[in-house]
Design a binder for this molecule. Structure first.
Ligand code: CIR
Length: 264
């Protein structure tokens, strides 16, 4: 890892990690295991990284972790808030060793604090809307973890609210913010009424996994696999950059999972 050159004007950064050769041994919760071609996954991941760079992100690429199958999904390990980075305790025990290297990389940019206690939170369960962090009560994020997160970030002026999800892995499988005050969601997996004051766009019913979009500046990085939902977003005037992450989707990953994007 090479530490980035310090800069005085704010820049977009994205932390990513190379796809592990052991990806086929990934955790799976809602999907059947199917054959994963690591070379294809790597090519798709490289194109995703290139898209982030084109959109203005300076990448911090962490090296491959051969024995950590899910380590490409860096989003689950930490939250990069404006004032502080919170290193999380992922819900899957197989993923806990992923955090140390991400903590090191984040420490170049922010003070870093560790989620205290035995509770767990996956970053995929955390949807930030302004100074409120909505956290999905999922098989990965426990009540104790959500309480610990609230206590950790209250001093920085953030509020934490928990939200029920049903039928998907993480909160951000069900809902993401696609513009200020506008959420993209799958109403079967999360109740939009839980987000007062936000307008909603629903995924096309034929594309249940389409609610995960990654906002980078004014652009949405969005899976090429969901053209009908893409049309709904474009009809709202949103600008999309399509990426093909089909091979990582077999590992239950999506576009937000593969990076930690933040301003510095
Ligand atoms: C897991 O089950 O942990 C991985 N196979 C997929 C994680 C996807 N991460 C995300 O949605 N934030």
């Amino acid at each position: 890892m090479v530490s980035p050159v310090p800069s005085s004007s704010p820049r977009l950064h994205a932390i990513t990690r190379a796809v592990s050769r052991s990806l086929a041994r990934c955790e799976l919760t809602h999907l059947e295991r199917t054959a994963i071609d690591v070379d294809v996954a790597r090519r798709q991941h490289a194109a995703y990284e290139a898209t982030l760079e084109r959109l203005g992100c300076t990448l911090v690429r962490l090296p491959e972790e051969r024995e950590l199958p899910d380590s490409v999904f860096v989003e689950d390990t930490a939250l990069a808030l404006d004032e502080v980075a919170v290193i999380l305790r992922p819900g899957a025990a197989s993923r806990r060793q992923e955090t140390a290297s991400v903590a090191r990389a984040l420490s170049w940019f922010r003070p870093v604090v560790q989620l205290a206690g035995e509770g767990t939170v996956d970053g995929g369960d955390v949807l930030r809307l302004g100074r409120t962090l909505w956290v999905g009560r999922s098989s990965r994020s426990s009540e104790a973890g959500i309480a610990a997160l609230a206590a950790t970030i209250a001093p920085f002026g953030y509020d934490v609210r928990d939200v029920a999800i049903d039928g998907c892995l993480h909160l951000k499988s069900a809902v993401t913010a696609v513009a200020d005050g506008l959420l993209l969601l799958n109403p079967r997996w999360v109740d939009g009424a839980g987000f007062p004051g936000c307008a909603l766009v629903e995924v096309d019913p034929a594309e249940p996994h389409a609610a995960n979009a990654l906002r980078v500046g004014d652009t949405l990085v969005f899976p090429a696999a969901f053209p009908r939902t893409a049309e709904r977003l474009e009809a709202r005037g949103l600008h999309l950059e399509r990426v093909d992450l089909a091979e990582l989707a077999k590992a239950e990953g999506a576009v937000t999972c593969c990076s930690l994007v933040f301003l510095d």
